[in-house]
Design a protein around this ligand. Structure first.
Ligand code: HEC
Ligand code: HEC
Ligand code: HEC
Length: 440
């Protein structure tokens, strides 16, 4: 009986404790949400004159105009929808308009947004804005970039477009928790053991060029698994809606192991090289940003990427060249459904050997996009076709026709599986359900 009496009094004690814990949690949360970190600007920057023209080049390196310009809209006035698993997020107006743009921003305001994802009103930004990478950018580069946006860009009055994210995920305060859990706001650290070119490449890739926001795998809460090259997960292949940013590490199969630094640099400048061509979201990266980078900068990026060790083998495809597939097709022994579609619809350009045609049709044998652990880019290219951007280095873009109208999901899965498992390619098969998901 006395035990029962004890139990009757206990619930109040438990409720009081729970309320106290809740109050402490709410207070801690409120403090987190209200926290304004120090922007971390070096005091010596006050003596430096900003360079507006250089700021324009920083904007190209950071690809700001692409995300901050709506299709057919005024430059930097925002409104471009960015697809995320939660719904579309619309970019902000970053012209110097005082009411709808960043005209009232001070330089420390700008640095807080760029390094910490915090708006002047204290609201946190979604990581669709790549501050997870821009945190690496130097004071000098941010100063020139800010001067460029404030004085060389025309102010445009354009109010923000409401995001398509449903309640309660559209509330911004939980982003403060996300940022404190996953964001790393440290500046880029020069590695004294490496030369200036490598350090320049690492600075660009990890910072302004934000390659990792697409090419690094993400965790359950959308956090990049490595933000700055600490492990061999960095740049080991990402996932986008409708595309698969490849593994940029040294793996021989789905990575850049068999590419030279010159191949990487040429791809960034021209949108294609002797063996490969860009498609999907990578087309926009080349079109708006990398083709305008200086030779020194693309070479620095290539040097840095080529210094990366391979990603952990598990989940990454292999490649070992063989002519068995070519011999089977020439002898009339290739009778699989996928193989027959390949001979009918693909071999005219990509050849029976899978070797393509240098600078015209990409090589499918050993192609990282074909071998990617996530086959989304491969499937999307077959369904929708593709066109490389027209660049100064390669003015006539290459085009591949679409086949989505011609073949059903099972056919395309069989074809994709064939392409991923012949000429020495060793990647996992593709299921019809994966094709169905990517068909709009
Ligand atoms: C991958 C797309 C993307 C790129 C690249 C990008 N941004 Fe953004 N940016 C966004 C999105 C989306 C938002 C709005 C996020 C939100 O509403 O939470 C944003 C917000 C901002 C804001 C906050 C404005 C405000 O007060 O609402 C600033 C400042 C900004 N970006 C500057 C830049 C600059 C400068 C660059 C180039 C170095 C850049 N962005 C590159 C997507 C991008
Ligand atoms: C907006 C997302 C995005 C960003 C940012 C991005 N990439 Fe990509 N990238 C992709 C996708 C998607 C693919 C796969 C499609 C393809 O092969 O072109 C890809 C493919 C590539 C390829 C292989 C192209 C081929 O022909 O097989 C290379 C090399 C590459 N990216 C390098 C980079 C570098 C270097 C950066 C940073 C300067 C970068 N990417 C930034 C999305 C992105
Ligand atoms: C008329 C010539 C032509 C035909 C036919 C053709 N392609 Fe392509 N393909 C191209 C060109 C050109 C590109 C480069 C365009 C791009 O990547 O933006 C390309 C790109 C690709 C890529 C991306 C390569 C990379 O480096 O990222 C894949 C994968 C691909 N094709 C597979 C196929 C398959 C499978 C078929 C058969 C259904 C096929 N192609 C039929 C011309 C062709």
């Amino acid at each position: 009986m006395s035990a029962t009496g004890g139990r009757q009094r206990k619930p109040w004690a438990i409720i009081a404790l729970a309320l106290a814990a809740l109050a402490a949690l709410v207070a801690a949360l409120a403090a987190l949400v209200a926290h304004r970190p120090d922007p971390g600007i070096s005091p010596t920057l006050a003596q430096r004159q900003p360079d507006v023209e250089r700021g324009g080049y920083i904007a190209v390196l950071g690809d700001c105009a692409f995300c901050h310009t709506a299709t057919g809209g005024a430059a930097f006035a925002g409104g471009l929808p960015l697809a995320t698993p939660l719904g579309a997020i619309y970019s902000s107006n970053v012209t110097p308009d005082r009411d709808t743009g960043i005209g009232r921003y001070s330089f420390p305001d700008f640095v807080l947004a760029m390094r910490f994802g915090i708006r002047p009103d204290g609201a946190r930004l979604y990581p669709a804005m790549p501050y997870t990478a821009y945190a690496r950018v130097s004071d000098e580069d941010l100063q020139d970039l800010f001067a460029y946006l404030q004085s060389a860009v025309a102010p445009v009055h354009a109010a923000a477009h409401a995001n398509d994210i449903p309640w309660p995920l559209n509330m911004r305060w939980p982003l403060a928790i996300w940022i404190s859990a996953f964001h790393d706001d440290t500046r880029f650290v020069v590695d004294p053991a490496r030369d200036a070119q490598w350090n320049r490449g690492a600075y660009l890739v990890q910072g302004l060029a934000h390659c990792g926001t697409c090419h690094t795998p993400r965790g359950l809460l959308f956090e990049e698994k490595d933000l700055a090259g600490h492990s061999n997960l960095y740049l080991s292949g990402g996932r986008l809606v409708g595309g698969s940013p490849i593994n940029l590490r040294a793996n021989d199969g789905d990575g850049l192991g068999r590419w030279s630094a010159a191949d990487v640099a040429e791809l960034l400048k021209a949108g294609r090289n002797a063996a490969s061509a860009v498609n999907g979201d990578m087309v926009d990266v080349v079109r708006h940003s990398t083709q305008y980078m200086s030779e020194q900068d693309v070479n620095a990026i290539a040097t840095y990427l080529k210094s990366l060790s391979p990603a952990p083998a598990s989940g990454h495809a292999s490649f070992g060249a063989t002519d068995a597939t070519l011999r089977a097709m020439l002898a009339g022994n290739e009778r699989s459904a996928g193989g027959r579609i390949y001979m009918d619809s693909c071999a005219a350009c990509h050849r029976l050997s899978g070797g393509g045609e240098s600078l015209a049709f990409p090589r499918l044998a050993g192609n990282p996009t074909v071998l990617s652990s996530d086959p989304s880019s491969l499937i999307t290219v077959i369904l929708n076709g593709s066109r490389t951007p027209s660049t100064a280095a390669a003015p006539s873009g290459l085009a591949m026709p679409d086949f989505g109208w011609r073949y059903d999901d099972a056919d395309i899965a069989a074809l994709a599986t064939f392409v991923r498992s012949n000429w020495g390619n060793g990647a996992a098969p593709v299921a019809a359900a994966q094709v169905a998901r990517l068909r709009r």
